[in-house]
Design a protein around this ligand. Structure first.
Ligand SMILES: [Zn+2]
Length: 281
């Protein structure tokens, strides 16, 4: 269907009873498997390149893979740069055709985070690119390294949004990155307090760790974007191991990666169902 901006998709979702799934891509095969899952469910989808994907593919190739898949997809797709802390990376991503970027200033002071995010928003607006930023801090890095979680304060979220006017706001309300089990405890009271004072599509990171029933609950609140990454990596590698063990004579990596990626498609379809985004194209 089309390569679209984050703003376009999340604006629609947060006013309705669903959230748009955002999946981390790491290779061509898993990116293709995600789009396939979204197409089968007729769901809009956000493909995200995290710092580790950018390190592996480079900005140009990551943008090429996502944008090519988006342009040939039968559902709306956003190409999104995930967790960029470096301005250079953000501006290169804009130049290479990402339709959305996340500036992550969660390790900086409130003032520095505001200042840098404002600059990113100013440049992005002139290219019609969407911006996500984070206030508070989601626990652990994407690679699982320890980072202290700082729950988002409602008044900070309000002040941050008023000063930056981002298109989507990531908040810390109990999730952590790289969780292997669905044991995150969402602080729903904090979500409600934030939503009372800020009117912007919210983003939940670290959602592989969120129990199924809470994902559905969250999707009906004013969240626009739900980030899911870890579970796709875990399932993909597990399936590769299984195929290799069961087929000692296998000699073609295309067959291996294609067959294993079917497991990614199944997880994607399951999460889309939980987020109620099926048929929202
Ligand atoms: Zn994240």
């Amino acid at each position: 269907m089309a390569l679209v901006t984050l703003k376009e998709l999340v604006q629609r979702a947060y006013k309705s009873d669903y959230a748009v799934p955002a999946f981390n891509i790491h290779t061509y095969e898993d990116a293709l498997a995600i789009v396939k899952g979204a197409e089968e469910m007729r769901s809009p989808v956000i493909l995200m390149a995290s710092p580790s994907a950018i390190k592996h593919l480079g900005i140009k190739l990551a943008a090429c893979i996502i944008n090519d898949l988006a342009m040939n997809a039968s559902v709306p797709v956003v190409s999104h740069l995930d967790h960029a802390t470096d301005m250079d990376v953000i501006f290169k991503a804009m130049k290479e055709g990402f339709t959305s970027v996340m500036y992550d200033g969660s390790n900086l002071s409130f003032e520095e985070n505001v200042q840098n995010t404002r600059l990113v928003v100013k440049v992005a607006r002139s290219f019609g690119i969407s911006v996500e930023a984070e206030i508070g801090r989601v626990g652990k890095s994407e690679e699982g390294e320890q980072l202290e979680q700082i729950l988002t304060e409602p008044q900070s979220a309000k002040g941050f949004f008023e000063q930056t006017q981002v298109d989507a706001l990531a908040i810390a309300v109990g999730t952590a990155h790289a969780m292997q089990r669905q044991e995150a405890q969402i602080n729903f009271e904090r979500v409600r307090q934030i939503q009372e004072v800020v009117d912007v599509p919210l983003v939940l990171h670290g959602s592989s760790g969120v129990p199924d029933e809470d994902l559905t609950k969250i999707s009906k609140m004013r969240f626009g974007k739900i980030n899911i990454g870890t579970i796709l990596k875990t399932v993909y590698v597990k399936k590769i191991k299984e195929i290799v063990l069961n087929n000692p004579g296998l000699k073609d990596q295309i067959v291996l990666l294609k067959d294993a990626s079917m497991a990614v498609t199944e997880i994607v379809k399951g999460k889309i169902k939980l987020l109620n985004s099926s048929g929202r194209v």
